[in-house]
Design a protein around this ligand. Sequence first.
Ligand SMILES: NC(=O)c1ccc[n+]([C@@H]2O[C@H](COP(=O)([O-])OP(=O)(O)OC[C@H]3O[C@@H](n4cnc5c(N)ncnc54)[C@H](O)[C@@H]3O)[C@@H](O)[C@H]2O)c1
Length: 433
Amino acid sequence: MNISFFGLGYVGCVGMGCLAQNGHKVIGVDISPEKIKNINEGIPTIVEVGIGEIIKEQHLQGRISATHDYMEAVKESDISFVCVGTPSTNKGHLDLSYIYQTAKEIGEALKEKNGFHVIVIRSTVFPGTNKKVSEIIEGISGKTRNVHFAVVSNPEFLREGTAVKDYMNPPLTVIGTDCEKARDIMTELYAPLAAPLEIVPIEVAEMIKYVNNSYHALKVVFANEIGRICKSCGIDSHEVMRIFCMDKQLNISPYYFKPGFAYGGSCLPKDLKALKTMAHDLYVEAPVLNAIENSNQYHIENTIEWIQTIGYKKIGVLGLSFKAGTDDMRNSPIINVIETLHGKGYEIKIYDKNVSLARLIGKNKSVITEKLPHLNSMLQDDMESLVKWAEIIIIANSDEAFKAIKIRKGQTVIDLVRIKELEGENGYKGICW
Ligand SMILES: NC(=O)c1ccc[n+]([C@@H]2O[C@H](COP(=O)([O-])OP(=O)(O)OC[C@H]3O[C@@H](n4cnc5c(N)ncnc54)[C@H](O)[C@@H]3O)[C@@H](O)[C@H]2O)c1
């Protein structure tokens, strides 16, 4: 294919070199005369392992060139990759001016070009940018999105220092598009890469890079806080983290990565508190560990506020223990919700097949006597009659039986766990989706 690249920095230079290596003809565009000169002499614009050889070889093969002339670059290509910078403003906002400038240039060129053209946003941009870029191009070119051109979002996952290796071996390739023709073109383009190809809604593709990088930053900071605590009590932190990473079921795994309700139970709150106290007593600053409980508490308060905005007063709660399949109510966050709403005059009924007042003993019993002394009158044995009675139904854990509830007209269902079977029904609301 003939491909143009806007922005010949780290992402653009590696991308153009690797696509040329796959046999495509690539023309680069940049505002920097030095970068254009370099590429036209077979010299990379960046320092990266392996890129020197690739650019030199592909230049010799005649598959790589660069120009200032964006009109020519777009006209001579079927796909334009946008790899321009998206820096932070001095107030910390994302500066998308280079992206919009590039969109204008591509729009101008498409006005004079026949044939379908794919614009690939490779730069890291906010959700909604793809739509704005499409509007700019439509406005300037007079062409129609997904008919004459398509803008796809294809975030780049490479890391500087190992950029060529990362480009060739990405963990996955993400394509955000709602255009079948563009999807087929991108699938063909990335066929040489062994990585799984995920075709997703545009905003998902735009969001993922921010989620990735924020999580990577969190990993670094978390490991360093653990490192500081370990060092101050003479424990080898690398050995601790080696063992930590060996648990692929709960630690390095998708487990716990489902947006939903707050954490609770007997262990997470207690052990997090203990570690924070340990750090405090060792005079070790651990701001991330200290922020976890606040974030969890905020999530509970936010849920309570949200329920109050709905306006109904009769609430049926499905699930009282902190997760399905247990009667453990120690630190079950839904109890805080019930307690607060009860105090505000809401009428509440609860169904949980695992929680029976008669069977409660020990800490479970004291949770109820301290926090919910009226539980006796709230607990119901019959889920169906509770569902019929309630104006708001809160689904608080993922008990299989909750999938089958029938939402009646005018009722609101607040789902804290994402029951797929109920999504899309009238009155259904998910907490984080
Ligand atoms: N560097 C990385 O490791 C990396 C990894 C993944 C994603 N990203 C993202 O990719 C994007 C590019 O990053 P980078 O590190 O390659 O940036 P960079 O600063 O190295 O390169 C950007 C290039 O765009 C050029 N440019 C600016 N306006 C232009 C225009 N109108 N037309 C043509 N060229 C123009 C600049 O001259 C520069 O050469 C950013 O959004 C970044 O967040 C970077």
